[in-house]
Ligand binder design. Structure first.
Ligand code: 5GP
Ligand code: ZN
Length: 113
């Protein structure tokens, strides 16, 4: 499958990996939108939120736990951060391998635009 994030999982494309375990990896976004901008992805290819299956529920929870760990390591936990999964065109999804954005280090706006 021609998926850029699967290639990062496989090590075919380099990334600044900040965390990895048997189920997920996290790396710096190549085009950061905040002082801290990390993407957490499952090693398993899941295209969109809509493709999450019953058996993946634990994995999604795990992605948020990894996000918490990164927020602590990057010292954005107490001030706070934004965690986002975009879905399809109107959601602004550009890469069709599920990813959780962790954005922090500045004050976020709402509504997000
Ligand atoms: P989306 O718009 O799909 O929610 O977010 C995709 C994110 O992936 C964007 O923030 C974009 O900057 C990031 N991205 C796209 N290609 C690469 C890449 O090859 N390496 C890294 N590290 N980030 C990428
Ligand atoms: Zn993939």
């Amino acid at each position: 499958m021609d998926c850029i994030f699967c290639k990062i999982v496989d090590g075919q494309i380099p990334a600044k990996i900040v965390y990895e375990d048997d189920k997920a990896i996290a790396f710096e976004d190549v085009n950061p939108q905040a002082p801290v901008h990390v993407l957490i992805i499952p090693r398993k290819h899941i295209s969109t939120i809509l493709d999450i299956e019953e058996e993946d529920k634990g994995l999604i929870g795990h992605m948020y736990s990894v996000g918490n760990e990164i927020a602590k390591r990057k010292n954005i936990d107490s001030r706070g951060f934004r965690s986002v999964m975009n879905c399809n065109e109107d959601g602004g999804q550009a890469v069709f391998h599920l990813h959780l954005h962790i954005l922090g280090g500045r004050s976020m706006q709402w509504p997000p635009g």
